[in-house]
Design a protein around this ligand. Structure first.
Ligand SMILES: Nc1ncnc2c1ncn2[C@@H]1O[C@H](COP(=O)(O)OP(=O)(O)OP(=O)(O)O)[C@@H](O)[C@H]1O
Ligand SMILES: [Mg+2]
Length: 219
């Protein structure tokens, strides 16, 4: 049975698709992985996959799309038996789709930048996660700092305060603000295939941390 990882956030443009596509590309090297596009009609992950198919082999990586929660349940029900990981790219709304993803996922990652607007929208998401825990007490959600500029005082102060206030564990790995993420994505690539060692190393750390949290060692 596949481990389902949902990449959720209420606010748009926070880096969900960047995390989803990079995680999917990295995990697919190890084991059959499906990237499930739920942010339609925008479809950033689906567009990335279409580009990728032209430039590289996508062996080990499948794309699926779901336009509503019923379709998501059906699609995942089919994929879980033939894949080891399902990575779900969620829409930027606190809609039924996001609720369904929270309930279905073994692990939810919440990408978050150190800005007040992103933190406010994460507060709303926390309420939804608390509601989901009434149905599924073992819901596991973690903050993932992204587009992180560790050297700014604003970033350091905000991340410390937010961790305390939101009461959600944060991942040790932080994803930096790096133009490589935009450049690689625009070509259907992940930073694994991009000449930026710092980005490659932080993404590899993220993959390891995610696997460890889910109790999944190297395949
Ligand atoms: N770590 C990063 N460093 C620099 N730029 C980034 C990083 N992560 C994402 N970006 C850029 O920020 C923009 C938004 O990222 P992305 O599309 O991943 O976010 P999203 O949450 O999926 O947005 P949307 O609401 O449009 O679906 C893109 O231009 C992307 O290249
Ligand atoms: Mg997106």
């Amino acid at each position: 049975m596949a481990a389902i990882i949902g990449i959720i956030q209420v606010k748009g443009g926070v880096g969900r698709s960047t995390i989803a596509t990079n995680l999917a590309a990295h995990l697919a090297v190890e084991a059959p992985t499906a990237l499930v596009e739920c942010d339609l009609p925008q479809g950033t992950s689906a567009s990335w996959y279409a580009l990728r198919r032209h430039s590289l082999s996508v062996e080990g990586l499948t794309l699926a799309t779901a336009a509503d929660p019923a379709e998501l349940v059906a699609v995942c029900g089919t994929l879980v038996t033939s894949h080891r990981y399902l990575i779900i790219d969620a829409p930027p709304r606190l809609a039924e789709m996001t609720r369904a993803i929270i309930v279905m996922s073994r692990l939810c990652l919440i990408p978050l930048g150190a800005s007040a607007a992103e933190i406010w929208s994460t507060t709303d998401l926390m309420k939804t996660i608390a509601q989901a825990k009434q149905f599924r007490p073992d819901v596991d959600a973690r903050l993932l700092w992204t587009r992180y500029r560790s050297y700014t005082r604003e970033a350091q102060e905000l991340s410390a305060a937010v961790g305390r206030e939101l009461g959600v564990p944060e991942l040790a790995t932080k994803i930096g603000y790096r133009v490589s993420y935009s450049e690689a994505m625009a070509r259907g690539l992940s930073v694994r295939e991009w000449p930026d060692r710092a980005a490659r190393e932080e993404m590899a750390r993220l993959v390891d941390e995610v696997r460890n949290i889910m109790g999944e060692g190297m395949p």
